[in-house]
Write a protein that binds this ligand. Sequence first.
Ligand code: UT7
Length: 325
Amino acid sequence: MAVIRTVIRGVGASLPKRIMTNQEMSSIVDTTDEWIAERTGIRQRHIASDNELTSDLGIAAARQALVRSGIDPVEIDLVICATATPDRTFPATAVKIQHGLGVTKGAAFDIQAVCSGFVYAMATADNFLKTGQFKRAIVIGAETFSRILDWTDRGTCVLFGDGAGAVVLEAQPQHGTREDRGILSTIIRSDGRYEDLLYVDGGPGSTKTTGHLRMNGREVFRHAVQKIHGVIEETLIQTGYTADEIDLFVPHQANKRILDGIARKLGVGPEKIVVTLEKHGNTSAASIPLALNEAFESHRIKEGNLVLMEAMGGGFTWGAVLVRW
Ligand code: UT7
């Protein structure tokens, strides 16, 4: 039976030039390279300059993805930006990116699911494309988390970085089998009971300020392993695949120990996991597309590969996307 699937046509990324190493971090807060590397896997992160906005990073990533896709910006009719660090409270950063790319038709909007934002945005775009409402989309994950960090809190400021990644998506007719190219499954979940474990203590509607990120790291860690593993199991059951059939595992990059824990539970070998933590830190909604880009540029991802993405973040929100590249 013929169906419409959402096929990934191109991927791109953008990182601020400035790199902050763990060594430099130890001159800001009471920490060491050893502690950060051992507990998280992070060695450095990129930090946006004052005049480098989330939209600038998003535009650069989307441009690269467009060039690689061979699709002209005038053919794009949907732009979704996943971000928790928008340029402004409104309008949506996606609309600014839409304009920056020269896209003038269709719709553009932001998605706010923090670190799960890219997974949420992929699920949203997939549903619009599959139903025929839009034909070609750009999904971007873009963040300048350095702006919402408390640079006196060593428990959080060492973890995050800035950056953006993007994919160009196209609705294409496929056969309706699990061998199809494109997105085969998306699952998104949330549970507001856990708000106080990971949040920003400000906002236009409460404090009228931006606020700073607050996290109970140990508790978030515990939930992350359980919830991510659960949603991956659901994805595998839904699509009839087994974990060893996955060619590439592209997880949200929060902590190397979380990735290792999930991989161990699934029985996925380290050669199948894309890890960018050591270079990027946790870039929230940007981490998965940045990792996809890294896998593409290092020729680890090939057409026909079965690629599993997953994320968990503030809210809590979590989810997974299974795609045949
Ligand atoms: O992307 C959204 C999802 N986010 C996550 O998934 C993050 C999940 N959580 C984590 O990755 C980890 O919990 C952290 C990396 C945040 C923390 O690692 P941990 O092993 O859970 O450490 P902890 O919070 O239990 O702290 C252990 C010790 C504490 O000292 P005491 O109380 O045992 O004396 C902390 O004060 O490590 C101390 N500590 C640090 N020491 C040096 C905390 N941060 C640092 C630091 N440098 N940067």
